[in-house]
Design a protein around this ligand. Sequence first.
Ligand SMILES: [Zn+2]
Ligand SMILES: [Zn+2]
Length: 294
Amino acid sequence: MSGGAQVTFFGVRGSTPCDGPSLARYGGNTSCVVIEAPGEDPIVLDLGTGLRNYGTELVAQGRNVGLHASFLVTHLHWDHVQGLPFFAPLFSPESVVDIYGPRQEEGPLAEVFGGLMRPPYFPIAPDGLDASLRFQDTGDDDFPIGAAKVRSRWVRHVGPTLGYRVEIGGVSIAYISDHGQGCGGGTRAEGDDFVPHEVLELADGADLLIHDSQHTQSEFEHKRHWGHCTIEYAVHVAHEAGARKLALFHHDPAHSDDHIDAILRGAQDYASHRGGPVVLAAHEGLALALEPPR
Ligand SMILES: [Zn+2]
Ligand SMILES: [Zn+2]
């Protein structure tokens, strides 16, 4: 199949959902990106609070009953899973969802996930939802989802965290939402410019790389133990991997719309001096139609 794919951003914020007039253009929902290709079930990257709005859209389209979808979860931090119980198609007993997520030391993914979604923290456990959820413990793997080729690799963050690459409709999308550069995000003593081969495997020549861009350089100096990276490092990864387009993602909740505009201009300037990639800043509602390269 070579019909391209559409990538839609429903949540682009990192760390915590946030709201207010100064954040309205980029949006305050947390990580959730949807890949749709003709004739294929949707693939959802992370289950942050943006997932609820995707569910609302499916209801409006009459697609919420009996939905079949796959969720690729990078890690279990709140900003990547909180939207799950608010996803309308899960109230249909005919819906079936495969949830791929990082293998956990504490036990099977389904059990660990159930630990963060149960009383008294939340009234419903995963098995209390009407839909069938099938958890898939994932690590460094390569597997198909329908016609899509999916690659998952461990990336440096706080706790077990995956990045994903999805090849579908003749295009490739890499998703590395939370990625700590240098020794801030891993146990190995690595320089701040080092790009691990797992990350290059994910982003290699990608038509679109969606990458962590949480910190300015000065913020990073104080927060390197948070497991995120600078905007410049996101550009560096995209350039080193030969990605065609970079979407700055996982915006810090403290960054206003105007601040992200300025960050984007700086990143575009930096990328143009290096000879690529094309840089954009992801915002809620952004839909990118990716066409296979000719
Ligand atoms: Zn995050
Ligand atoms: Zn995280």
